[in-house]
Write a protein that binds this ligand. Sequence first.
Ligand SMILES: Cc1cc2nc3c(=O)[nH]c(=O)nc-3n(C[C@H](O)[C@H](O)[C@H](O)COP(=O)(O)OP(=O)(O)OC[C@H]3O[C@@H](n4cnc5c(N)ncnc54)[C@H](O)[C@@H]3O)c2cc1C
Length: 396
Amino acid sequence: MKQVAILGGGPAGAFAAEQLARAGLRVRLFDEKLAWEKPCGGGLTFKAYSQYPFLIDNPTPKRFVTETMLAAPRAGEVKLELGEPLLIYSRYDLNRMLLERAAGAGAQVEKTRVTGMTRSGSGWQLRTSSGAIADADYCVVATGARNPLRDVGTQLKPGDTMSALGYYVQAQQERIDIQFLPKLEGYIWVFPRCGHLSVGICGKGEPASALRKRLERYMQERGISWKDAPFYSHLLPALETKSWRSNRVAGDGWLAVGDAAGLVDPITGEGLYYAIRSGDLAAQAVLNGTGETTEVHYRRLLRRDFAADLEFGSRLAQRVFHGQFLMGSVTSRMVQFTRRSPRFSAIMQDLFSGKQPYLGLKRRLLENLNGSLYEIFMSLGFSRLVPGRSKATSLP
Ligand SMILES: Cc1cc2nc3c(=O)[nH]c(=O)nc-3n(C[C@H](O)[C@H](O)[C@H](O)COP(=O)(O)OP(=O)(O)OC[C@H]3O[C@@H](n4cnc5c(N)ncnc54)[C@H](O)[C@@H]3O)c2cc1C
């Protein structure tokens, strides 16, 4: 391939561009905004920065957070120490850093909107808002969740997305807050960033206006003012199980990466790691010398790397947010068990950091079931019970 065009310069596109340019290909990256404050929490897990240490080793402003407060209805809250901190960037800073790395590796970075793409022989002709026509031998589609290029990238059906919205609030705190809510496939977060908080909510199957009301009620109850605070909202892919199977991540002459390929954790909404990782895998597929077509190779790399895990996660999502366990909601039980069982708390920490994939979670929970239940019973004071003095104790 002589020239690869990257359509979109968020984390997915910028990282794909960097990898391809480093390998010596001619790369042109087009983004209509270049670095911008894309609506996002900006949180990167251990899974991301352990695999890509440059995400830590750089002078770009960022925060490390080591404590999360988890809360659920009728379960109160519990502190979860993060053995592996969450790294939080402003998206402007993160995008700028990734674009600079791409340019530094030799990619040509251009501020323009791609308005159309037409197959031309074995390559492509791209139309841009500046009126120019650009030729490319291959395209990497990285235009995000609101991909305007209808013929390439994932085809999101209504059940495949969440709304996500919130406020950037002028306040400070050290920890992350996560609040689960009744009858919502989603949650509220408070993320401390450099100089402000990102307070937001994501949810599936509920209109954005209703989510905003839930968020404002939460903020009011906690005395967090949203007066004059910039409001943000965006779409978050959260593919249903059947959509993972038919997900359009590649086609003749193109690959899609990041949100444009629907590659987001359907439970947590984590997308930054999958954007960067899929950009990396797309570059590997373009450079592959296996004899497989680029598209087949990419699909295989994705599946083996994380897509099978996210598909499994999509099966768990309903159970996590709407399921019942021991006559309480699963999210409430999660908070209560985290409080009372160090073993369960360790599993939650590993889920947060990305060390514990969804595939294998059930086995680990079962392996630790006896130990966790023992710890829960002990914490409820059962060790002090003597015959004839037993009293019913419920999980606070
Ligand atoms: C409210 C919210 C909070 C989130 N919080 C987190 C979090 O804390 N942690 C986490 O891991 N994930 C989070 N996510 C998900 C994360 O933001 C995305 O998964 C991530 O941005 C995907 O990166 P991307 O490069 O695929 O797409 P994007 O970041 O959306 O980048 C797409 C780029 O394409 C450009 N573009 C689009 N169309 C065109 C066009 N026609 N021509 C040229 N350029 C174009 C845009 O300008 C943009 O720069 C959150 C999402 C939302 C909505």
